[in-house]
Each structure stands twice: as C-alpha cells, then as structure tokens.
Design a protein around this ligand. Structure first.
Ligand SMILES: Nc1nc2c(ncn2[C@@H]2O[C@H](COP(=O)(O)OP(=O)(O)OP(=O)(O)O)[C@@H](O)[C@H]2O)c(=O)[nH]1
Ligand SMILES: [Mg+2]
Length: 314
C-alpha cells in the first residue's frame, strides 16, 4: 500500500495509514460476541467537529453515552447546541474535557447510577457479583485513553498526540464493580472517509497529508468569524488594513508573511499550512467549532433514537 503522507514522509505516517486501511476494512474494534455483555458504549466525539468524528455502533444500540470532548477548545454555544441535538434524539450526552477535568464527575455519577440499577436487577436474579462494563469508542487520537485514565485516576493506558497509539484492546478494572475497555480508533465509514479527512487533519486525528492541505486550510478559513480573524491578525501581526483572506492561498500568505518567507515552492506551502493548523489546535485564534448542528452533514448510519432506557434493557 502506498503511503499517503508528504512525499518522503516518515514511516510513522505510513504505519498509520495501513492501520487505517485495516480498520476501514470493517475489522471490529471489539469482538462482536461481547456486545451483549457491554453496558455502556462511551463514544468520544470531538466537540469541534462533532459530525466528522461521530460513529455509533449498531451492536451497542440503546447503550450510547455520547461524550462531547475537548470542550475547552470548542465554541461553548455550538457545543451546547450539539448537546441539545443529541438530547432531542434521546441520547445521553455529557460535555467533557479530559485534560481540564470538566464533566468527569457527571460521567462518574451516570455510571454509578447505572451500576446501582444493574446490581438491583442482578440481585433479583440471584447474581451476586455484577460488574458494569464500559467500552470507549471513537476515531483515532480523539482522546479515548486519556478519558479512561482520568476516570481511573491513574495513567494506566498509553496516550500520545499522534493517532494510532492504542493498537489492541485492553480491559482495566477501575472500581471493584466497574471495568472499562480501551479500543483502537474506529473508522467504520469508508464511504464517508474522504469527507471527514480534512476535518481530521485539522484536528490532528490523522497525520499531515499534503493532498488535503488545500481542503483543510479552506475549511478552517471558512469557519473564521470576525472575532477569530481579529485574533489571528493580532497573532500573526497582520496590518490592520488587510482584509480577511478570501481563499486558501491568501490565508497561507498571511502565515508565510509572518514567518518571513514567500510561498515560492511546495515545501513552503506545506510549512505555512502546518503552522496554521498547529496554531488553530493550540487555540491561538480562540475557541472554534468547525461544525454546527444546523448545517453539518451527519452521516453516521446508526444515528437514530436509542432503545427505551429501562431496567429491563440492562
Ligand atoms: N485539551 C485536551 N486534550 C485532550 C483531551 N483528550 C485527549 N487529549 C489529548 O489528545 C491526545 C490523544 O489522546 P489519546 O487519549 O491518546 O487518544 P486516543 O483516542 O486514545 O488515541 P488512539 O489510541 O491513538 O486511537 C493526547 O495528547 C491527549 O493529551 C481533552 O479532553 N482536552
Ligand atoms: Mg488510545
């Protein structure tokens, strides 16, 4: 398989892409036969690009817990509207930030509540040691392992800022009666992967790929409101009279000008694009959401009302 990184890109990029191909070929991230024993499918979804990072597994229908993560980096109003969007569909949803610690108490309360209900049902059936089983799911690098480490309260699972850190599955007992399963990134939507990729590259959910740079930069440019542009202008020391960039090229010219170079060859275009995307991720232009519930293309094939959440469903 050909590596899709920049020509001459390192082996890590190529390794990632073969992992992508493997998972996109519908290799399950957990054995389907364990689905009936899982109580909660905790879906980590990036609150900056909810539709582009959303996957729901039909095997866990009715057990969804949607976690809108990295809340400190997304636009708060957009995240609230996304929360309402899922609530109206009947899903349970919690806004979290695993690094800042936001929303984790609410997750623990939610799990404690489910555990109580499971224990009650188990007692009725004469089962003495019931365990609540939670599986963390989501696209590569979205923050599954970081979230679980925060729940556990220790760094038990390997994390890192490149996609593909978790390769296999790992069960971890977090309390006497709660177990969590960490999984590798799920990519089960081969038809829609190309639409999602520019978002993923912006969010560092996949390695830099020069063939996507125009789409990714244009995506970001088109989402910059006046306030974000003013922040960017200040950050890159752009003269006040300069108009907001009208296209991908003008956008990169701003970055290059700040760096003291011109976009005279492909390497320098890449340099400017990488720099812009990194600064966006670092929050230099403020908290930006790339998708809004009213306009986003939502393609997760399994997005519909979950089953009625009652004790019998446990
Ligand atoms: N600011 C912020 N950073 C986060 C958050 N969650 C994860 N990260 C960062 O995102 C990067 C990826 O986190 P991981 O937990 O390794 O992601 P993953 O989904 O397990 O990744 P894979 O195992 O590669 O699929 C790390 O650098 C984390 O510090 C969050 O809520 N807020
Ligand atoms: Mg991981």
């Amino acid at each position: 398989m050909q590596c899709a990184g920049t020509p001459g890109s390192d082996r890590a990029d190529c390794g990632y892409n073969s992992a992508v191909a493997q998972q996109a070929s519908r290799k399950p991230v957990f054995p389907p036969e364990i689905a009936p024993y899982i109580d909660v499918g905790a879906y980590l979804v990036d609150s900056r690009a909810v539709a582009a990072t959303l996957y729901l597994d039909p095997l866990l229908k009715g057990k969804e817990l949607i976690l809108l993560t990295r809340s400190k980096q997304s636009d708060g109003q957009a995240t609230r509207r996304w929360k309402n969007f899922f609530l109206e569909l009947g899903y349970h949803v919690i806004v979290i930030d695993s690094v800042a610690g936001e929303g984790l108490e609410e997750v623990l309360d939610y799990l404690a509540n489910l555990l109580q209900r499971k224990l009650k049902v188990a007692k009725k059936l004469g089962i003495s040691n019931a365990t609540l089983r939670v599986v963390a799911l989501g696209v590569p690098n979205v923050g599954k392992s970081t979230f679980l480490n925060r729940l556990i309260g220790q760094k038990r699972l390997k994390t890192g800022d490149i996609p593909g850190i978790t390769r296999g599955r790992q069960w971890v007992r977090i309390f006497d009666d709660v177990e969590v399963l960490d999984t590798a990134g799920v990519l089960r939507d081969p038809e829609q992967i190309n639409r999602r990729k520019p978002f993923w590259m912006l969010l560092n959910l996949m390695p830099y790929d020069y063939t996507l740079r125009e789409q990714s930069v244009e995506l970001l440019r088109s989402r910059l409101d006046r306030q974000a542009w003013l922040k960017l202008r200040r950050y890159y020391k752009v003269p006040d009279e300069l108009e907001q960039p009208g296209d991908f090229w003008e956008m990169l010219e701003v970055v290059a000008r700040y760096g003291g170079y011109t976009l005279k060859n492909d390497d320098l275009v890449d340099k400017a694009a990488r720099r812009l995307m990194k600064d966006f991720r670092m929050g230099r232009f403020g908290r930006i959401s790339l998708e809004q519930p009213e306009t986003a293309v939502i393609t997760s094939p399994f997005l519909n009302r979950p089953a009625v959440d009652d004790e019998d469903a446990m």
